[in-house]
Ligand binder design. Structure first.
Ligand SMILES: *Cc1c(COP(=O)(O)O)cnc(C)c1O
Length: 427
C-alpha cells in the first residue's frame, strides 16, 4: 500500500470505511460485547483470538484512533490511555518492577517527575535523573545492572529543553535497554522519535493532539524495533510465560512488534483500567484531523511572540528553541526542522512578584494549568505545577522561580503581541 504523507495520515489514518459504512469513526459506547458461546469468549480470555469483550481493556473506537497515532509515529502497535500520566506510568511499569532502575532526563514534565521520584519510587523502582545536556560519559555512568529503560521528553514541558534523541538512544542501546520518549510537545508532525532511534513513544493527547482543551487522554506507541528476546532475563514479563494468561509468552505469540503493547493491554489495562472513554477518543480524532494544520500556526505564533519578547527591555530571558541563539537551537535544527511548538517561556524584570503581577494584566492569555490549546494560556509553574519542588529541584528540571510559560494558541500573532505589550507596560 502507498505510504501517505503525514497530513493525509492526520486526516485519513486509522480508519477506512467500507461501502455504506459511516464516514466518521463510530463511537462504540458499550462496556461489553456479545458472544454466541462461552468457548468463543474463552478464546479471547486466553489471548488466542483477537476481539473485544470489555471496554476496560479494549474498545474499537479507541483502537481506531490509536491506529492513526501509530501510523503518524511510524510504529508497530499503539494503545490509548485515560491520560498522559497513565501513558507514562504504563510505559515504564510494563517493563520495570520492584528492584529495577530507570535513567531519566531531569528535564521533564512536573507530573512525570512526581510519578517517578515519589510514587514509583514507593513501588520500589529507582530513578537516576540526568541533565539532558550531560556528556556521554555522564549518561553512561548513570546506568546500573538493574536499569530497564531510559526516559526523556522531545521538548520538555515547561523547560523547553530539546532532547538529543540520538545521544540518549545510543546510550540506552549500548546498555541493552529501550529509550522511551514523551513526544507530547513536538507531536509526530514536528518530530518522529523512532526515526532517531527511540523505541517507545508516549503522548499526553490532552495537549496538541486534542488541541481544544476538550478531552483528557494519553497514548503509547511501540516502534517494534527493540528486540526484547535478546535480554530474556532482563524482561521476563515479555519473554517468559505469563501465569495470568495460561503461560502465554508475549514475544513468541505476538512478535517483537506486538509483545509490548499486548502485555500493557492484557495486564496493565486489565488490572489498573486507565482506559480512555470512546467519547474522548472520538474527540481526540477530531483534533488529529487538523493537527498538521494547527501545529504550523502554533509554531508561527510561538516564533513571533518569542521574537517580540526577546527584544523587550522588561524581559530578562526567553526560551524558545526556534530562536537563533537559543541554547537548544542547534538541536532544534536537527530534530525539529519544521518547527517546535507554540510554547514559549520567559522571565520578566522584578522576578517572581513581577511575573505574577504581569500575568494578571493579560487579557487574551488566560491563567490555566494547561498548554497546547487553541486558546492562548499561561502559567507560573513555580506557584502551580511545580510548587512541590524546592529551588534546587526546580533548578534541576530547568524551571526558574520567575519563569512564565506562555502557550500560543491559534489567534492572530499581532493580537497576542499587543496583549503582551500592554501587560509588560504595567509592571
Ligand atoms: C501534560 C503532560 C503530561 C501528562 O498528561 P495528562 O494528560 O495531563 O495526564 C505528560 N507529559 C507532558 C510532556 C505533558 O505536557
Amino acid at each position: 500500500m502507498k505510504e501517505y504523507s503525514l497530513g493525509t495520515k492526520c486526516v485519513q489514518g486509522g480508519y477506512t470505511p467500507g461501502n455504506g459504512e459511516p464516514r466518521q469513526i463510530p463511537i462504540i459506547q458499550s462496556t461489553t460485547f456479545k458472544y454466541e458461546t462461552s468457548e468463543a469468549m474463552g478464546r479471547l480470555f486466553d489471548l488466542e483470538e483477537e476481539g473485544y469483550f470489555y471496554s476496560r481493556l479494549q474498545n474499537p473506537t479507541n483502537d481506531t484512533v490509536a491506529r492513526k497515532i501509530c501510523e503518524l509515529e511510524g510504529g508497530s502497535a499503539a494503545m490509548l490511555t485515560s491520560s498522559g500520566q497513565a501513558a507514562s506510568f504504563y510505559a515504564v511499569f510494563n517493563i520495570a518492577s520492584c528492584g529495577d532502575h530507570i535513567v531519566s532526563s531531569s528535564s521533564i514534565y512536573g507530573g512525570t517527575y512526581n510519578l517517578f521520584a515519589v510514587t514509583m519510587k514507593r513501588m520500589g523502582i529507582d530513578f537516576t535523573f540526568v541533565s539532558p545536556d550531560c556528556t556521554e560519559e555522564e549518561l553512561n555512568a548513570a546506568f546500573q545492572p538493574n536499569t530497564k529503560a531510559v526516559f526523556g521528553e522531545t521538548i520538555a514541558n515547561p523547560a523547553l529543553t530539546v532532547l538529543d534523541i540520538e545521544k540518549f538512544a545510543s546510550a540506552a542501546h549500548a546498555h541493552g535497554v529501550p529509550l522511551i520518549v514523551d513526544n507530547t510537545f513536538a507531536t509526530p508532525v514536528n518530530c518522529r522519535p523512532f526515526e532517531w532511534g527511540a523505541d517507545i513513544v508516549t503522548h499526553s493527547t490532552t495537549k496538541y493532539m486534542d488541541g481544544h482543551a476538550a478531552g483528557l487522554g494519553g497514548c503509547i506507541v511501540d516502534s517494534g524495533n527493540f528486540d526484547w528476546t535478546k535480554y530474556p532475563e532482563k524482561y521476563p514479563g515479555l519473554c517468559t510465560p505469563d501465569d495470568s494468561y495460561h503461560g502465554v509468552i508475549y514475544t513468541e505469540r505476538f512478535g517483537i512488534g506486538g509483545a509490548y503493547i499486548t502485555k500493557a493491554t492484557a495486564q496493565l489495562m486489565r488490572d489498573f483500567g486507565a482506559m480512555q472513554s470512546p467519547q474522548n477518543a472520538f474527540i481526540l480524532n477530531l483534533g488529529l484531523e487538523s493537527l498538521h494544520v494547527r501545529m504550523k500556526r502554533h509554531c508561527e505564533n510561538g516564533l513571533a511572540v518569542a521574537k517580540f519578547l526577546q527584544q523587550h527591555e522588561k524581559v530578562t530571558y526567553v526560551n524558545y528553541c526556534g530562536l537563533e541563539g537559543d541554547a537548544y537551537h542547534e538541536l532544534a535544527e536537527k530534530y525539529l526542522p519544521n518547527g517546535s511548538c507554540g510554547v514559549v517561556s520567559f522571565g520578566v524584570k522584578g522576578g517572581r512578584k513581577a511575573a505574577e503581577n504581569f500575568m494578571k494584566h493579560l487579557k487574551i492569555a488566560a491563567i490555566e494549568t494547561h498548554v497546547a490549546d487553541a486558546r492562548t494560556c499561561c502559567l507560573h509553574p513555580a506557584s502551580a505545577t511545580h510548587r512541590q519542588m524546592n529551588d534546587e529541584e526546580l533548578e534541576a528540571c530547568g524551571v526558574k522561580p520567575d519563569l512564565i510559560r506562555y502557550s500560543c494558541g491559534l489567534e492572530n500573532a499581532e493580537d497576542l503581541i499587543a496583549d503582551l505589550s500592554q501587560a509588560l507596560e504595567q509592571i
